[in-house]
Design a protein around this ligand. Structure first.
Ligand code: DP6
Length: 321
């Protein structure tokens, strides 16, 4: 019996934003994330007698256009490990209705693990992280639980994630605030490419991330949650400054995104622990403590009628079920 691979999504506290090698998805900088327990992808790979991969997502057969990225990825995997079989991929995303989490991190981590299982490649977690990275950069980190650092590296073999603390005993929870938006989404791949190409601040970003990675690792070691919150929020805002300063300028923020950032500042002034982090979309992930989370949640829901919230805690690495 082939087991199903399960991978959880992760939220970057120090963001990956820019590739020095597009084909290999080698980033300019290290990045650091927290794996979450609520959002995951279950994927099973079965070998089929066909010259094409067949991809099901949430029980629906994907057409050529929607399965292209996955089929291209499976071509890379076949080339890496010198085999020729094709797969039927059955992948299910367990994400509370539009929780606003990108599924590419959990998706490609689960896919890499599923192929590893079916083809009995016996990859260790470092090799699995490298394989997942070739699907989507952030997927390299979803191999591990807890706090994870992706080492940028210089070639395919040296760019992988590694755990910092897989089961941290630390009082942090994430409140995801989901904003409905009609905005056409600019993918992270395109957004980071435009930022690297045209933001005059990109070189400063590389310098900033290098120092913030070290600072946040020290804060994690000391369980200094306030420092973790401060550095994470500053890093997220600096990433979004790269989109605003790109030419042409663009932003992932919706009006509600700004409103939530202001609310978080108001809450802090009232002594309530809350820090924002935002990925390539309008939704805000709020870093809270167990104590502050219900207060933050109630306040946000009172102030904004058109948002939904989802609570997540620290999650684990790849599992086979
Ligand atoms: C803002 O991993 O989705 O979430 O490697 O092009 O697939 P590709 O990009 P992706 O980018 C994630 C960007 C981010 C920050 C992060 O997760 O580090």
């Amino acid at each position: 019996m082939t087991r199903t691979a399960r991978a959880y999504t992760n939220i970057a506290l120090i963001k990956y934003w820019g590739k020095k090698n597009k084909q290999l998805k080698l980033p300019y900088t290290n990045s650091l994330s927290l794996t979450l327990d609520r959002f995951y992808t279950d994927t099973k790979a079965s070998i089929v007698d066909s010259d094409q991969d067949i991809i099901y997502l949430n029980q629906q057969l994907l057409d050529d256009a929607h399965s292209k990225r996955i089929r291209n990825y499976l071509d890379i995997v076949r080339q890496f490990y010198s085999f020729s079989e094709h797969f039927q991929i059955d992948s299910v995303n367990h994400v509370p209705t539009s929780a606003g989490f990108a599924s590419s991190a959990s998706g490609f981590a689960a896919l890499a693990a599923a192929v590893n299982e079916t083809k009995q490649l016996n990859l260790n977690r470092r090799e699995l992280s490298i394989l997942a990275r070739n699907g989507s950069g952030s997927a390299s980190r979803s191999i591990y639980g807890g706090f994870v650092e992706w080492i940028a590296g210089n070639d395919n073999a040296s760019s992988f994630a590694q755990p910092i603390d897989e089961h941290p005993d630390i009082d942090l929870s994430i409140l995801s605030v989901v904003i409905d938006t009609q905005n056409k989404k600019i993918s992270s791949t395109v957004g980071m490419e435009n930022s690297v190409k045209s933001s005059p601040f990109y070189p400063n970003w590389v310098t900033l991330v290098t120092s913030e990675i070290e600072e946040i690792k020290q804060a994690i070691a000391k369980k200094d949650i306030q420092k973790i919150g401060e550095i994470s929020e500053h890093n997220a805002m600096s990433m979004h400054a790269l989109t605003l300063s790109a030419n042409p300028s663009f932003t992932y923020f919706a009006p509600e995104t700004i409103r939530i950032i202001q609310i978080i500042q108001e809450l802090r002034q009232k002594g309530i622990f809350a820090y924002a982090t935002i990925d390539a979309g309008p939704n805000v992930k709020i870093i809270c403590t167990k104590e502050s989370l219900p207060k933050v949640q109630t306040y946000i829901e009172q102030q904004l009628s058109n948002v939904t919230t989802v609570v997540a805690n620290i999650g684990s690495g790849i599992e086979y079920i």
